[in-house]
Design a protein around this ligand. Structure first.
Ligand code: BTN
Length: 239
């Protein structure tokens, strides 16, 4: 295993992408603090010192680019399982990859990839978990939380990091060997999106409808207002 630990960095995903071409499969970068943590869709990610898990994992799987979404899903179930093991609470997954506790977000995942038409060069999976953080700015308070704020007990970040990485190794290998079908039931069981009326912002525009299931590629199946059944590969879901 290759670990890189930084006390302060702009973004572990930036660093991971810089070294990815020459780094071995499975390299892990962890920082105590990020000065410009990044979220999905160009958003920023608050990453204060010592309170969370800010890490990126470099993977070099022999997969098609469109399968990268499944790696995000592998990461999401790994975080949920780790939180169950170490913190003893059940989190849910807002498709494809926000981890939700008591209706607020405790963890976000930012997957970035370098690929060619039919092969992945590398994938960087950035995982940000709000563990013991206790001072969110006013504008985030309604939607972000930490494990500490929800459970009122301080959590050992090292133990939780270890468990996330163990689960990631387990589910990543299972996915590579057995395919998405192996992790699909867990994605469905932990989903907070399925069975609800939702709105999804995709590259093609906004879709409203009922989230039916996650199909065998990892896409979200939605029955739209117009009574058409579609499957969505990526997007930003809100209820
Ligand atoms: C999101 O929900 O928008 C994704 C947030 C991802 C945050 C993590 S923290 C570690 C890694 N480095 C970053 O700059 N972002 C990810």
């Amino acid at each position: 295993k290759y670990y890189i630990h930084k006390s302060i960095i702009d973004s572990t995903n930036n660093f991971a992408k810089e070294i990815a071409s020459n780094a071995p499969d499975g390299t892990i970068i962890i920082a105590e603090e990020q000065t410009s943590g990044r979220g999905r869709l160009g958003r920023s990610w608050l990453s204060q010192k010592g309170c969370g898990i800010w890490m990126s994992v470099i993977l070099k799987p022999d997969l098609q680019p469109q399968q990268a979404i499944n790696l995000t899903q592998v990461a999401a179930i790994s975080v949920v399982k780790a939180i169950e093991e170490i913190v003893n609470v059940e989190c849910k997954i807002k498709w494809p990859n926000d981890i939700i506790l008591n209706n607020k977000k405790v963890c976000g995942i930012l997957t970035e990839m370098s690929s060619e038409i039919d092969k992945i060069n590398y994938v960087v999976i950035g995982i940000g978990v709000n563990v013991n953080c206790d001072n969110f700015p006013e504008e985030l308070k309604g939607k972000a939380t930490s494990l500490y704020l929800e459970t009122h007990s301080k959590i050992d970040r090292k133990k939780l990091t270890g468990s996330i990485l163990n689960n990631l190794e387990l589910y990543y290998n299972a996915y590579l060997q057995k395919g998405f079908d192996y992790i699909r039931p867990i994605c469905i069981e932990k989903s907070i999106t399925i069975g609800r009326q939702i709105k999804v912002i995709t590259n093609e525009g906004e879709i409203q409808g009922y989230a039916v299931t996650i199909d065998n590629t990892g896409s979200l199946v939605v029955d739209t207002k117009e009574a058409k059944r579609i499957s969505i590969m990526s997007g930003d879901v809100s209820v």
